[in-house]
Design a protein around this ligand. Structure first.
Ligand code: MRU
Length: 355
């Protein structure tokens, strides 16, 4: 088993339920790396805002936060009548589900919690609430285990001393532990592989610079930060042996939505013959979504591009802005998709279904 005591130097959990199960506890990721601010969220509005504002972010972490969030909503529903409870629960579920559209882990976790309520018909509401808490905890425990296995499968493809490039943050801060794209890096680091890691800064919200560079360097890895547009030059220089990214939703044919900027990275990797791997737990694979065209891409406010990280506005007033949070990498650009079940190669419509 990977020893996160050695690799996790962050000293906080990305997401958890507090000791008396009355609040969702997260590290506010919008303040990292400069400030470690822990938030205790109790109301549905606070949890919705935290997901929308990316205080908690990354597909698996959003799923875990939603599971705890809907448990907290259920706990507050003051009725012993099953039908009234189920109705109020569904309303709360719809509300949380509207916070971000692209990462399927959000609706996946909420649907899984919904099944507990459906299966509970005939039992007491108090018992259903207990089961919901257990299910949310199980979702988190499974996430840790899935990421650990992704790390093992990913590492089996790598050799010591390799240069690995990653985009956005698919790390511990995007999951409960280990990360997805970073899991092989953590594991290899612990086993003395001496990887050279390249992190795209990831415009416009800088998850690569603020979060991935932060967590991997805190773990003691050799990390180099790049602006997104520099990745192809790093590849041309021969520094990159493989690209590892996460995903927010993988369609049945293998098309994968991930943070904006992933798609051009895959094109560049193809140009230089560099393997491009998507790492994602099976909870991110959505066989009901047939191709990337069916994935809803979240559009974010213009201020994230023009203003947010600057002391003064860095664009003309009233300029038009295109700010999609994600793009879709076509399946034919992906060398393999790594889940907890193994390394899946094209044709993905067959290998994912089989897995
Ligand atoms: O907008 P974000 O920061 O939530 O986007 C996150 C990503 O795109 C991650 O790569 C993805 O969720 C996978 S996290 C293991």
């Amino acid at each position: 088993m990977m020893d996160m005591e050695k690799t996790n130097k962050l000293g906080f959990e990305t997401v958890s339920l507090d000791d008396d199960a009355s609040a969702l506890v997260i590290i506010d990721q919008t303040r990292l790396p400069n400030e470690q601010k822990i938030l205790r969220l109790t109301t549905q509005k606070e949890i919705w805002d935290a997901i929308y504002l990316l205080q908690v972010r990354g597909a698996p972490a959003i799923g875990v936060a939603a599971a705890y969030g809907i448990y907290l909503a259920a706990k507050e529903i003051d009725t012993t009548d099953y039908n009234a409870f189920a109705k109020a629960f569904d309303k709360a579920r719809e509300y949380l589900n509207s916070s971000r559209p692209t990462a399927v882990n959000l609706s996946w976790a909420l649907a899984r919690m919904g099944k507990i309520v459906e299966a509970g018909q005939g039992t007491s509401v108090a018992e259903i609430k207990k089961r919901l808490m257990a299910e949310a905890r199980a979702i988190q425990a499974e996430d840790i285990e899935m990421c650990r296995k992704i790390g093992e499968h990913g590492l089996s493809l790598l050799k010591p001393g390799m240069g690995l490039l990653t985009h956005c943050n698919a790390g511990q801060l995007a999951t409960s532990r280990y990360g997805t794209a970073t899991a092989p890096m953590y594991l290899g680091h612990e086993r003395g592989y001496g990887f050279r890691i390249f992190c795209d800064e990831t415009r416009p919200l800088l998850q690569g610079a603020r979060l991935t560079a932060y967590e991997l360097s805190a773990a003691g890895m050799d990390v180099t930060l790049l602006c997104d547009g520099m990745a192809a030059s790093a590849m041309r220089n021969g520094w990159v042996d493989a690209v590892f990214t996460g995903a927010d939703r993988v369609a049945a044919n293998g098309d994968a939505a991930n943070k904006i900027g992933t798609f051009p990275l895959a094109i560049a990797a193809k140009r230089f013959g560099i393997p491009f791997y998507i790492c994602a737990p099976s909870s991110t694979v959505d066989l009901d979504t047939l191709t990337g065209k069916d994935i809803k891409i979240e559009q974010r406010p213009a201020e994230e591009v023009t203003t947010m990280w600057y002391k003064v506005r860095m664009a003309p007033d009233n300029i038009k802005v295109f700010n999609p949070a994600f793009d879709v990498t076509d399946a034919d650009l992906i060398t393999a998709i790594i889940t907890e079940k193994g390394v899946h190669y094209p044709p993905f419509s067959e290998s994912l279904k089989k897995a």
